[in-house]
Design a protein around this ligand. Structure first.
Ligand SMILES: Cc1cc2nc3c(=O)[nH]c(=O)nc-3n(C[C@H](O)[C@H](O)[C@H](O)COP(=O)(O)OP(=O)(O)OC[C@H]3O[C@@H](n4cnc5c(N)ncnc54)[C@H](O)[C@@H]3O)c2cc1C
Length: 523
């Protein structure tokens, strides 16, 4: 079956949905998501969204904080653009119904997080992402021009390559005509043609064994663009959230927001000693890469699988009021956070790199935009400042929407593209082993490509991944196409890009730390 749209949006997080809402008055929009509209990283964001909204804060301060976190390789003009456009996009979210908490005088109740010099994090209790997700989903469902395709899996972008034309890697002029989409229920692959396509597939956390990301975060968009010969960069900069709840049987790992350290919580080792001042003069409020590496070191020193976060010195009522979700969650596993220390461990959380885009969110493939966590704008550089990702996603979705609205009338639909060839065999035994292969990738990445890296570890990861890569590509060519095999392929492609780019960086910078090159190369 062939479907035709003006705008095709792959992903229903803040990036995809805000783009869709901004272009929908102009033409027919399709939103694809591989599970439910609600299941996205956006839905899980706790801490909030960063923006200068009060007189005593200044754009220059937010810019300076972002540049410091980025460790010398942010694109300063991008940082300025995002910071200065942030208040406008906050107004847009409020207009769409997002209810940010206010104080008694009716001003936004602002939190402060690690690395921020000011209180500037807008939030909705400790479930800001869910508030944003639900407000946008409501709007999406009301718009007559938007058609939602839940449980539809984007397999690959359609380019000249599918017309039998040879395209070299990074050749200028590769065009995107739409996407091949699997409906796992019917097992049919459909051709979705579009004038404009927006890639908004979110993060990659599931290439690691322990992650805060939901199961949808398998790097699909990045892999699709890489396979279509588009540009991808900075994949070595994977942020590990320092404090996910230590509860080994649970996936994704439950996140204990950094706002809790901003509120006064301190990190302690298993002996109960506060240890962060040994590593950084900002103590428990140091940026998350330093905190994650310090926790990693403390765990290695003591041989333990976790450390503690202590908030017991704060007033119990206030703690429950500010962090109701965290309070309930910890209580459900027997930890009363007003009385007990919380066991925490670092977990793969956020990717700073991804699909290369310019300031209008245009990728290196014509008519393809990217926004949100799958994109690499230059805002984060080598490390993300807390709560800068939701704001980046919505600012770039807006830039993409404005550009697409100007150009869409001049883009023809390419109706010559062939249908997906879905011949193949059901290979039952090999299909069963897919879950095993996914687990193996997670182990390889967590063991050798985690918080502390080395040449030996990266080489080992590369060699082991290569075996899985060959097996999986062979399986993909022979078998009927399924969501599981497509996801495994994407996980392996994404893991490969992280390892390859980590090997190429011969220094330690931001989130990339290797014992073989512990210093930074001067820029
Ligand atoms: C636990 C947690 C807490 C966080 N807290 C904060 C915070 O406080 N502040 C902050 O700024 N950031 C936070 N982040 C990061 C932030 O939430 C994400 O970076 C952001 O939400 C990403 O939005 P997105 O629109 O790019 O993608 P997502 O919200 O992840 O949406 C991705 C969408 O793509 C779809 N998709 C993926 N692959 C395919 C495919 N092959 N076919 C079809 N659909 C596909 C998915 O179904 C989903 O709809 C947090 C992240 C996590 C995990």
């Amino acid at each position: 079956m062939v479907r035709k749209f003006d705008f095709m949006v792959i992903g229903s997080g803040i990036a995809g949905m805000s783009f869709a809402l901004k272009v929908a008055d102009k033409g027919k929009v399709a939103i694809l998501c591989k599970t439910k509209l609600e299941e996205a990283n956006t839905n899980l964001a706790q801490g909030g969204i960063a923006s200068v909204t009060k007189d005593t804060d200044k754009f220059d301060k937010h810019i300076a904080d972002t540049l410091i976190a980025g460790d010398g390789i942010c694109d300063e003009s991008v940082v300025r653009m995002v910071v200065e456009n942030a208040p406008r996009e906050i107004d847009q979210l409020v207009q769409w119904g997002v209810d940010f908490d206010k104080d008694a005088s009716g001003n936004f109740d602002l939190h402060k997080e690690g690395g921020h010099s000011e209180f500037r994090i807008l939030h909705h209790k400790d479930s800001t992402g869910a508030e944003i997700q639900h407000s946008l989903v409501k709007r999406i469902n009301q718009h007559p021009n938007i058609e939602v395709f839940e449980n539809h899996f984007a397999i690959d972008l359609i380019t000249q390559h599918h017309l039998g034309q040879l395209v070299k890697h990074t050749t200028p002029g590769i065009e995107c005509y739409g996407v091949y989409v699997l409906n796992p229920k019917t097992r049919h692959v459909h051709t979705f043609l579009s004038k404009v396509t927006m890639m908004a597939t979110g993060g990659i956390g599931n290439i690691y064994q322990t992650t805060t990301n939901p199961s949808i975060a398998t790097g699909d968009g990045i892999s699709m663009v890489y396979r279509a010969k588009g540009l991808v960069k900075d994949m070595e900069f994977v942020q590990f959230h320092p404090t996910s709840l230590y509860n080994p049987s649970e996936r994704p790992s439950f996140l204990i927001t950094e706002a809790m350290r901003g509120y006064g919580a301190v990190l302690r080792n298993l002996k109960g000693d506060e240890f962060m001042y040994k590593y950084d003069k900002r103590g428990s409020l140091a940026p998350r890469d330093i905190v994650a590496r310090s926790i990693d070191t403390e765990m290695k020193l003591s041989g333990s699988d976790y450390v503690y976060l202590d908030v017991t010195h704060k007033t119990a009522a206030e703690t429950k009021e500010h962090f109701p979700m965290i309070y309930d969650k910890c209580l459900s596993i027997g930890v009363d956070i007003t009385k007990n220390y919380i066991p925490v461990v670092p977990a793969a959380h956020y990717l700073c790199g991804g699909i290369v885009v310019d300031k209008k969110a245009r990728t290196s493939l014509k008519h393809l935009y990217a926004a949100g966590e799958c994109s690499c704008t230059g805002l984060h550089g080598a490390n993300r400042l807390a709560s800068n990702s939701l704001i980046e996603a919505i600012v770039y979705a807006d830039e993409a929407a404005q550009d697409a609205l100007k150009n869409v009338d001049n883009i023809p639909l390419n109706e010559e593209v062939p249908m997906w060839n879905d011949e193949g065999t059901s290979l039952n035994e090999e299909m069963v082993l897919i879950t095993q292969s996914e687990k193996e990738v997670g182990q390889i990445m967590s063991n050798y490509v985690g918080i502390v890296r080395s040449n030996l570890r990266l080489k080992r990861a590369f060699d082991r991944l290569e075996i899985l890569y060959k097996e999986t590509e062979d399986l993909f060519d022979r078998s009927v196409v399924t969501k599981d095999i497509c996801e495994l392929r994407n996980i392996i492609n994404t893991a490969y890009l992280v390892i390859k780019m980590a090997m190429e960086r011969k220094e330690s910078r931001g989130l990339h730390y290797t014992i073989d090159y512990p210093d930074k190369i001067e820029q």
